[in-house]
Design a binder for this molecule. Structure first.
Ligand code: PLP
Length: 848
């Protein structure tokens, strides 16, 4: 319970309105997760301002508000207890320090790079045998979360076990000064948060601040086997207790045996030996159990009692938690987060568990700074020796797959799957789900692998209870930050869905996914993988460079280059197993010669111009061309044409093209020269002229969920995959007649509020002859004003209240009830949706 008096005393806050409620059941900072009776904290963070959500919090039953100003408090809410403080975050820390000093629990601080939560749980379990113990819940463990958790501290708590995390310098020292720990536990130092803290030694220096803060009559509980933790000894005046597996540790474990039940071990302390057991899995987790025993010793909990508590310790969701999977498979859920060290430990644990088939689903490991690529590759090499199948999810994790494929353990292409969606990751192990299979799932928080685990559970209803990140806040959160405040979001689930719809429509014909121009601006590699994981069998690109880039990233599906590939690119095309489009004798000879040089066949598709007036032989030239082709070095895989008007309301010309193509095919069949793969249809023809599907369709826009034209909408069930966003960079109120932008072409008509957004024509946000027209802010349309610059633009937000720096701006996509489609933008610019999306340039980061 939080009492108003304590709050006012601790923070010096001002009571703004009649204090209706004088006590609160807890703190809440996310209005979506607020429970009635809680105190809502209007916190400003880098990505949002809680003051905007005060109304939502009151609607959910907040009993009070802590805020920095009352501007956004609904006028009719005079009766809600409202405390105004200069800085909400500061006030929260002050409250935490105040309440700890008032209730006086003895504080145990737990820190380290990994294992903190499990250590906290184990320590709390041991101490509970004798004391009334408080612990901070979930991952409320930072400079901001920990004080929130302390809203639940009660005067009856004798000991507070507090997990303390740090992802920046000074955070642990700050937490220690708030909480005044008597006992400090450091689990391990490894490579998490490297991008901010820089080096392992820096991480050790930061975490060790906990030990420095201990009083001389306190106790430091340190991992003796981790040199950087053991090295903290000189940094404290407190008594030292060490734990570990090596001789010399004060509390030591040996003879560890691992089964699906947990680990049995012998415990050595003070010359005596005890038998221990814990349901925890993984040798590295033994350390956490030992830390708990050591903490027990500090508080006079007998060893036998401590061991008894450890024997009944529940496993923690997302930390090597063994779950029942579909068809009797075992799922080793380690999805909370990942560092290279913890991933290796998890792979070792997997290797020790039963099951003839060992499978790992591994995701991006976050925050590795410069060593990102190398660290992922190391994991790939390691995994290759420990699993029969490897599935990766996410961008950085592609390196895990690439390294595993290069390892000489013999994991072949069929055993390594690269995915980007949870559905695809789960589907990649479906055929192995059986009682003989154990599947490790591990990755950083950002890749959200708990969603993969959920799909593999025998009983998905258990997800809420058994998995990490199940609360309302996480359902919405965007866990990957774009590299720039202007970005494109690609919904790969929409891509997967669209591909499956296409399969339904055209099967048994095959699908070639058209990925030219960076997959129409959607990001080629992720779209390629997702399309291939969902039923596409070919990919088509415009240039050899695009094809090679796919090959270099490990895509081994057949690739056709649709545009003119000159003779001098023939060697490279053949080397990379890329199929070429040919339509002249010169090209045929060049590819044949290059193939002979390389002693390797060239794969080609012959292009026919049935009336598009672009590349291709005329229909009557095809038969003589095929008859004259040098057969020895050329493999004629396919024959194709392209329609000029398949997306129009009047299909008569498209039908004429189709008729010419069919006539040619009949002629070729008679001569026994019909190539195995005949294809003609783009997305529009596939929809409007089902007879044009032949052996394969070439779909571009359909895969992206965009309609080919106004006359040819997509059937129900397709979803557009691309959202284009920016952020308000500055808001200014200008007097009448103020010029905006180059050329001063716009002048404010009255007092106007103008917002500047960091996006310009060098992003494909066109300057002229016509502009985008409008964008969305706070779910409302805001017109562009003045000229678009290379990297920035101005919008008029006079009619939209409370627009602030940092607000999200939608350029294509939905916001609230408003939507701007690529088709609407195309109409404003005087072009087609294809051009709008494919012109979004590479400097815009794509996230998914
Ligand atoms: C781009 C392209 C396609 C794909 O067309 P969509 O209308 O996007 O489906 C198909 N075939 C060829 C030859 C192309 O150049």
């Amino acid at each position: 319970m939080i009492y108003l008096d304590d709050l006012l005393q601790a923070t010096g806050g001002r009571l703004q309105h009649g204090a209706n409620a004088t006590q609160f059941s807890g703190f809440a900072f996310d209005s979506r997760q607020l429970e009635p009776g809680q105190l809502f904290l209007a916190v400003k963070t880098a990505t949002g301002d809680g003051h905007d959500y005060i109304g939502a919090a009151l609607a959910k039953g907040a009993a009070g508000i802590v805020c920095e100003h009352c501007d956004t408090l609904p006028a009719n809410n005079q009766r809600v207890t409202t405390i105004v403080v200069p800085d909400v975050q500061e006030a929260l820390s002050d409250y935490a320090a105040h309440i700890l000093r008032k209730y006086r629990p003895r504080v145990v601080g737990v820190t380290g790079s990994s294992g903190k939560t499990t250590a906290k749980e184990a320590i709390a379990a041991v101490l509970r045998s004798r004391y009334n113990v408080f612990k901070n819940y979930g991952s409320y463990n930072g400079r901001y979360g920990l004080p929130i958790a302390l809203g639940k501290l009660e005067p009856t708590h004798q000991i507070a076990v507090l997990e303390m995390a740090s992802d920046s310098f000074g955070e642990i020292a700050r937490l220690a000064s708030i909480t005044q720990p008597e006992v400090g536990v450091v689990t391990t130092i490894n490579r998490t948060h490297l991008s901010v803290l820089g080096t392992l030694n820096n991480i050790a220096s930061e975490k060790g601040r906990l030990i420095e803060a201990l009083p001389f009559n306190g106790a430091a509980i340190l991992n003796a086997d981790d040199p950087r933790v053991a090295g903290m000894v000189p940094r404290t005046q407190a008594r030292i207790i060490t734990f570990g597996l090596k001789r010399g540790a004060d509390v030591r474990a040996a003879d560890i045996k691992l089964t699906t039940e947990g680990m049995s071990f012998s415990l050595h302390y003070d010359g005596k030996k005890f038998k221990g057991f814990t349901p925890l899995l993984g040798r590295h987790q033994i350390y956490l159990a030992l830390a708990a025993v050591a903490a027990g010793l500090v508080f006079d909990v007998p060893l036998e009692t401590a061991l008894d508590a450890l024997g009944r310790l529940p496993r923690v969701p997302g930390r090597l938690n063994l779950l029942a999977g579909k068809n009797g498979a075992l799922i080793l859920d380690d999805t909370f987060n990942a560092s290279p060290e913890a991933t290796i430990a998890a792979l070792d644990t997997l290797a020790e568990l039963p099951g003839a088939n060992k499978v790992a689903i591994l995701g991006d490991m976050p925050d590795l700074g410069d060593i990102e690529k190398e660290a992922h590759r190391q994991i790939g090499h390691y995994a290759a020796t420990r699993v029969q199948r490897l599935v990766t999810k996410g961008e950085a994790a592609q390196q895990i797959a690439a390294a595993a494929l290069q390892h000489d353990s013999g994991l072949g292409q069929h055993a390594v799957h690269v995915t980007f969606t949870s559905d695809d990751a789960a589907a990649a192990v479906e055929d192995l789900l059986s009682p003989d299979t154990t599947i490790l799932v591990k990755g950083g928080a950002g890749v959200r692998l708990e969603q993969v685990v959920e799909r593999l559970l025998a009983n998905p209803q258990q997800a809420k209870k058994q998995l990490v990140r199940q609360d309302a806040g996480w359902q919405k959160v965007r866990s990957i930050q774009p590299a720039r405040p202007t970005w494109v979001e690609i919904d790969l689930e929409a891509i997967a869905n669209n591909v499956r719809r296409l399969v339904d429509i055209v099967s048994p014909a095959k699908i070639m996914a058209i990925l030219k121009a960076d997959a129409y601006g959607h990001g080629m590699i992720k779209v390629a993988r997702t399309a291939l994981n969902n039923g596409v069998s070919w990919v088509g690109v415009a240039t050899l460079g695009e094809a090679i880039s796919l090959r270099k990233q490990g895509v081994d599906a057949p690739i056709l280059v649709l545009s003119y590939m000159p003779a001098w690119q023939a060697h490279e095309a053949i080397n990379y197993n890329v199929s070429a489009t040919i339509f002249t004798h010169e090209l045929a000879r060049a590819f044949s010669q290059a193939a002979a040089d390389l002693n390797k066949k060239a794969f080609v598709h012959v292009k026919v111009d049935t009336g598009m007036g672009r590349l291709g032989l005329l229909p009557h030239e095809v038969l003589p061309f095929l008859e004259s082709l040098p057969q020895e070095w050329l493999k004629i895989e396919g024959l194709y044409t392209h329609f000029a008007t398949a997306d129009e309301a009047d299909l008569s010309y498209a039908r004429e093209q189709l008729r010419r193509f069919q006539a040619l095919l009949a002629q070729l069949a008679q001569a026994g020269l019909r190539p195995p793969l005949v294809h003609a249809a783009n997305t529009a023809a596939m929809l409007n002229l089902p007879e044009s599907r032949f052996d394969m369709v070439r779909s571009g826009v359909g895969i992206y969920g965009l309609p080919p034209s106004d006359e040819t909408p997509l059937p129900p069930g397709f979803r557009s995959a691309l959202t284009f966003k920016s952020t308000v960079g500055q808001v200014k109120t200008l007097p009448p007649d103020s010029p905006i932008g180059y050329g001063a072409t716009y002048r404010t008509k009255g007092v106007e509020t103008i917002a500047i957004i960091p996006v310009g024509y060098a992003d494909g946000f066109r300057r002229g002859p016509r502009t985008w027209g409008e964008v969305l802010v706070k779910g409302k349309r805001a017109p562009l004003v003045g000229r678009v610059s290379m990297d920035q633009s101005a919008i008029n937000v006079t009619h939209i209240p409370n627009v602030r720096q940092g607000d999200e701006v939608v350029l294509i996509g939905q916001q609230g009830d408003e939507i701007i489609t690529a088709e609407e933008v195309a109409a404003n610019l005087g072009t087609i949706n294809y051009e709008v999306v494919s012109e979004l340039l590479a400097r815009i980061p794509r996230i998914s």
